[in-house]
Design a protein around this ligand. Structure first.
Ligand code: ZN
Length: 114
């Protein structure tokens, strides 16, 4: 038997870290996030980690993850919108929709050598 194993990207698993601004955040998937039972995600910008709740429908889980990322982006921008949950949820949903429906555009945006 060949020892063929899919790499993380081929399996499409959530990676263990994400780089936001200068910092590498740990990604922790768990039953209950630090914010409490009503929360799907949680970010700690001082210590550099994002928690994501294990259960939940896949799309809302991904949007919750983006939600925490947007919190962090605004944190590093020093923008007061970093605490505006409505704004952040709107951005997370909008980014998700555009990325989801335009994978070729996402590839074009991140392509470095042109
Ligand atoms: Zn939030």
């Amino acid at each position: 038997m060949g020892g063929f194993r899919l790499n993380q990207q081929q399996k499409n698993e959530l990676p263990k870290t994400i780089k936001i601004n200068w910092r590498t955040y740990k990604i922790i998937v768990k039953d209950t996030v630090s914010g409490g039972d009503n929360y799907l995600g949680f970010v700690n910008n001082n210590e550099g980690f994002i928690e994501l709740r294990k259960d939940g429908e896949n799309n809302s889980k991904r949007i919750s993850f983006l939600h925490e990322v947007v919190h962090s982006i605004l944190y590093y921008a020093g923008n007061k919108l970093k605490r505006d949950e409505d704004f952040i949820e709107m951005m997370a949903n909008g980014i998700y929709q555009v990325m989801k429906e335009n994978p070729e555009i996402v590839k074009w945006i991140i392509k470095e050598n042109e």
